[in-house]
Design a protein around this ligand. Structure first.
Ligand code: ATP
Ligand code: MG
Length: 459
C-alpha cells in the first residue's frame, strides 16, 4: 500500500470545488477531491470533471447546497450545477463509509486516489502515482473481483489505457481476457459511450486492438472482429480489419466520422451487395448499442455517400456535382471527402489510383460552393404568382412543377437565376411536357442505393 501523506502540493483547484468541500467540512463531514481529477492533476493533464467524495449521506448532501441547482440520477450521487458545469458529490462507496473503503471500491489504482485540500496531500493507498509513473492501468486489489462487480470496467480499462497512452498491467489484462464475455452483461448505452471514447482517442487502433486481443471485440462488435478473417483485396495481404483500423486512425476525431470509419468496411471485400450489407450491418450494430436515431442516420449517410464519391468520374457535369452537393448538404462535404481520402490512403500501395480523382472532385466542389446554390423553388428569383400570371394557370400542382423544373435547370445554369431569364423560360414552357430530372452522380433512392447490375470491384 502507498503512503497517506507526502509533501504539500500546490494544485490549482477551482474555487467552486473548494467551496463545496469547505461547506461539507463546516457541516462536520469529511470531503475530498477524488478519482479522475486527482489522476489528471498528477499527470498535469487538463481535468475533465471534478468529483468529490464525502462522509455526508445522500440525504445530507443536497440539503447543504439548496442555493444551487442540483439533481440526482444515481441516489448516492448529487450533481451540483455551477456555471453550466456538473460537479458530482458522492457519499463514500462501500459498507464501512470511510475514505479508505471508498478508494478500495474504485476501478483502477490511478483512479483510486484522493486529494485533501486542507493539508494539500494526495491520499494514495493503492500506488496510483507509482502506476502513473509506470504508465499502467491496474485493477485495485484483485482485478477479477473488480470486473465481476461491474463488467463495464473491462472496457473502461481499455478506454483509459488508450486515452492515456498506458499499457494494461499483466494480471489485469489476463483477467480481462478470461472474463471478456461478461462485458455483454453491461448496459449497452454504457458500452456505447466507452466505444465512442475509444474512437475519439488519438490512435483508436490501439484500443480496438487490445479489445481484439482480449476477446472483448468479439463480444462487443463481433461484426468488426470477423473482418480480421477477410482479405480486403484478393492477392493482397491486408485484412479488412487492418484497413478499417488504419482508416479510423486517419480520419478526423469526431463521433460521426470515426464511427462511420469503423463501419465503412463492413461490406468488404466488395460484391454486388456490399453497399447494402455494410449499411444494414452498421444499422444493426448501432441499434444494438443504443445509438441515437440521428447519429445512426448521419453515420449511415456518410457510409452510403462514400459510394457516390466512388462513382465520380471527371466527365460528370457541374450540374451533376451541384445536385450531389444539394443531396448530401454542403455542410457534410468536408467530412465525406475526408473519410473517402482516409479510405484511399489506407489501401495497399499500388491500389491507390483513384486518389487524384478525389482531389480533382474536391477542387471542383470547392469552386462550385463559392457560388450560391439554388436548393429548390424557394431560391428562384420568381415565384408562383409570376408563373400564374404568365401562363394563365390557376393555383395548383402544375405551378409547383414548373417552379421545380426551373430550379432543376438552374442546377446546370445557376447564372440564369435572374427574373428576366426565368420569365423568358416560363413563356416557352409546355407544362404537359416537363422532363424528368436526375439526382446527380451516385444517385440513390430513399435509403437504398440503386445497386449496379454487374459486380464491379471498386477501390
Ligand atoms: P474522465 O472524467 O476523464 O472520463 P474519470 O476517471 O474521472 O475519467 P468518471 O467516469 O468521471 O471517470 O468517474 C470518476 C471516478 O469514479 C473514476 O476515476 C473512478 O475512481 C470512479 N469510477 C467511475 N466508474 C467506475 C466504475 N465503473 N467502477 C469503479 N469505479 C468507477
Ligand atoms: Mg471524471
Amino acid at each position: 500500500m502507498g503512503s497517506r501523506s507526502t509533501a504539500a502540493i500546490e494544485w490549482d483547484i477551482p474555487a467552486f470545488v473548494r467551496s463545496v468541500i469547505t461547506s461539507l467540512h463546516r457541516a462536520g463531514h469529511e470531503a475530498y477531491v477524488v478519482g479522475g481529477a486527482v489522476r489528471d492533476l498528477c499527470m498535469n493533464r487538463l481535468v475533465n470533471d471534478w468529483d468529490v467524495t464525502t462522509s455526508a449521506s445522500p440525504a445530507q448532501i443536497p440539503s447543504l447546497f439548496t442555493h444551487l441547482r442540483s439533481f440526482s440520477l444515481k441516489h448516492e450521487t448529487t450533481t451540483l450545477v455551477h456555471k453550466g458545469n456538473p460537479y458530482e458529490v458522492t457519499t463514500f462507496r462501500g459498507l464501512e463509509q470511510s475514505l479508505e473503503e471508498d478508494l478500495k471500491h474504485r476501478d483502477f489504482t490511478i483512479n483510486a486516489m484522493a486529494f485533501d485540500i486542507e493539508r494539500s496531500v494526495v491520499i494514495d493507498p493503492w500506488g496510483g502515482r507509482k502506476d502513473i509513473g509506470k504508465k499502467v492501468v491496474r485493477g485495485v486489489v484483485n482485478p477479477e473481483g473488480r470486473f465481476r462487480e461491474d463488467p463495464l470496467r473491462l472496457i473502461r480499462a481499455v478506454r483509459i489505457a488508450t486515452e492515456l497512452g498506458f499499457q494494461i498491467e499483466g494480471k489485469t489484462l489476463k483477467a480481462i481476457s478470461s472474463m471478456a464475455e461478461a462485458v455483454t452483461t453491461a448496459a449497452p448505452e454504457r458500452i456505447r459511450d466507452e466505444v465512442i471514447r475509444i474512437l475519439l482517442c488519438k490512435r483508436p487502433s490501439q484500443g480496438l486492438d487490445i479489445m481484439k486481443k482480449t476477446g472483448l471485440l468479439a463480444f462487443v462488435l463481433p461484426e468488426i472482429a470477423e473482418t480480421a478473417a477477410r482479405k480486403l483485396i484478393p492477392r493482397e495481404l491486408m485484412s479488412v480489419y487492418e484497413h478499417v483500423l488504419a482508416v479510423v486512425d486517419r480520419v478526423e476525431p469526431g463521433e460521426v466520422p470515426r464511427v462511420a470509419a469503423l463501419f465503412h468496411g463492413l461490406g468488404e471485400p466488395r460484391s454486388t451487395d456490399h453497399a447494402r450489407t455494410s449499411l444494414n450491418t452498421a444499422r444493426e450494430i448501432m441499434a444494438r448499442l443504443c445509438f441515437s436515431k440521428s447519429m445512426i442516420r448521419q453515420v449511415v449517410e456518410l457510409v452510403q455517400e462514400q459510394e457516390a464519391l466512388a462513382d465520380y468520374h471527371p466527365s460528370s457535369s457541374n450540374g451533376d456535382l451541384r445536385r450531389f452537393i444539394r443531396r448530401v448538404g454542403a455542410e457534410n462535404l468536408e467530412t465525406l471527402v475526408a473519410l473517402r481520402r482516409a479510405h484511399l490512403m489506407s489501401l495497399p500501395k499500388g491500389t491507390r489510383e483513384p486518389l487524384h480523382r478525389l482531389n480533382e472532385l474536391e477542387a471542383r466542389i470547392r469552386g462550385l460552393i463559392k457560388m450560391p446554390l439554388v436548393r429548390g423553388p424557394q431560391d428562384l428569383r420568381i415565384n408562383g404568382s409570376t408563373v400564374m400570371e404568365i401562363t394563365g394557370l390557376p393555383q395548383g400542382p402544375e405551378v409547383g412543377r414548373i417552379l421545380k423544373h426551373l430550379s432543376e435547370v438552374l442546377m446546370d445554369h445557376p447564372e440564369w437565376n435572374t427574373r428576366r431569364k426565368l420569365v423568358a423560360m416560363v413563356k416557352k414552357i409546355h407544362p404537359a411536357a416537363l422532363p424528368e430530372h436526375a439526382e446527380g452522380f451516385g444517385e440513390f433512392h430513399g435509403t437504398t442505393r440503386r445497386l449496379k447490375t454487374k459486380a464491379q470491384p471498386k477501390t
